[in-house]
Design a protein around this ligand. Structure first.
Ligand SMILES: Cc1cc2nc3c(=O)[nH]c(=O)nc-3n(C[C@H](O)[C@H](O)[C@H](O)COP(=O)(O)OP(=O)(O)OC[C@H]3O[C@@H](n4cnc5c(N)ncnc54)[C@H](O)[C@@H]3O)c2cc1C
Length: 351
């Protein structure tokens, strides 16, 4: 009741028992969110952010996602407020004086690349990265095969966040330690409990002329054509391991590893690498979290065995009580690996 009282202060109605499968690309069997709300980037935003701040202060369960392309939700769903960032009202403004782009966090990376191309500024390394700009900054997204190796950190000058702890907006200027490979200060700070919500950023890049940018964008679009699509012939697929870490550690892409050693992959009742495109992860409507855990466990062990590399989980694993680590997920859903953190009743539920 206490949480409901706080949620009643939000600008629009909150959906109850919302089926999260609607927000999921590649995990077909997905539970419900106890509460669901879409954050709009309009005159209602500040009020809603302040309400999230109240949830933060009261330690009430709340998570925020943009387009969910880096998210795997369990069958048990989420037992709190799941906030999705809406794309309505997204904006990109060019400052002629500074040659900087002011970008709202709910703009898609696709629109960012398109708009900056029109003005002749080179954001081509981000071509084909799915999702929204705010999420791209938090996860320092980029395409590991791009020859310049430029991820989001290369372009970010300043970031406007809402600090839920302080209940106010704040501008951050990233220093050399702010970003890591598919990582950032914000991602680290938000682990376990979301403190910072990105609302805007100031981005910049070199001017090389529209035709030159267009050519680079077209080249990258061609190179990653199949992997850019969420939809594959046999269903939708998602990226669960960080390609950047794999290439850095082994010099190979996961596709190469799979063709060298096909037994890295298994089909655990539908949980498997897609057979085409970038060999991403897919499931079937009958695939359970136990199957997903079995697949994760098999793949990580085989890659370690063949290449000595510990695969770096990129995807966020969301269970009923919040984000969990891969060992926690395996412990919860694959009994052979030893249950961790579950009561006897919950263990029975997942058998
Ligand atoms: C087919 C496919 C291809 C992909 N290719 C790439 C690629 O080339 N390069 C790459 O890096 N990744 C890639 N990914 C992974 C994913 O698309 C990226 O990580 C992307 O940046 C996620 O954007 P999103 O809007 O879907 O974020 P979400 O999945 O919704 O969220 C990701 C994380 O960001 C946090 N977050 C989101 N918005 C905000 C905000 N406004 N403020 C604070 N925190 C926020 C969420 O809490 C979550 O922890 C790919 C995924 C798929 C399915």
């Amino acid at each position: 009741m206490f949480m409901e009282k706080i949620l009643a202060k939000l600008s629009r109605e909150v959906s109850v028992n919302y089926p999260l499968a609607k927000r999921h690309l590649f995990k077909k069997k997905t539970g419900n969110a106890k509460f669901f709300y879409e954050l709009c980037f309009d005159e209602t935003m500040e009020n809603d952010l302040k309400v999230f701040g109240e949830l933060y202060k009261e330690n009430l369960p709340f998570v925020l996602f943009s387009q969910g392309t880096n998210l795997l939700i369990s069958e048990r769903g989420y037992d709190g407020l799941f906030v999705a960032v809406g794309t309505k009202g997204a904006g990109i403004k060019f400052d002629e004086k500074t040659s900087e782009f002011h970008v709202s966090a709910n703009a898609t990376v696709g629109v960012l690349v398109k708009d900056t191309t029109e003005r002749g500024y080179d954001f081509s390394p981000l071509t084909g990265v799915p999702g929204l700009v705010g999420a791209g900054i938090v996860g320092n997204s980029g395409w590991p095969a791009n020859p310049t190796k430029r991820d989001f950190d290369y372009f970010v000058k300043r970031i406007k966040v809402f600090d839920l702890q302080k209940g106010e907006f704040e501008w951050m200027t990233p220093d050399g330690d702010f970003f890591g490979t598919r990582d950032s200060f914000l991602k680290q700070q938000n682990k376990g409990k979301t403190r910072y919500i990105v609302v805007e950023s100031v981005l910049a890049s070199e001017y090389i002329g529209k035709e030159n940018v267009k050519e680079l964008v077209q080249r990258q679009t061609e190179e990653r054509r199949e992997s850019s699509y969420f939809g594959f012939k046999e269903g939708t697929a998602g990226s669960v391991f960080s390609g950047g870490h794999i290439v850095m550690a082994t010099g190979k892409k996961i596709q190469m590893m799979l063709s060298e050693n096909p037994d890295i992959n298994i089909d655990a009742n539908g949980a498997t690498f897609s057979s085409n495109g970038a060999r991403l992860f897919k499931t079937e409507p009958h695939t359970t979290d136990k199957d997903v855990a079995k697949w994760f466990s098999h793949v990580t062990q085989k890659v370690k065995e063949y290449y000595g590399h510990d695969l770096h989980k990129e995807v966020v694993l969301l269970d009923y009580d919040g984000e969990v680590t891969l060992p926690e997920f395996l412990g919860r859903y694959d009994k052979k690996l030893g249950a961790c953190g579950l009561s006897k009743k919950q263990e029975l539920e997942v058998k």
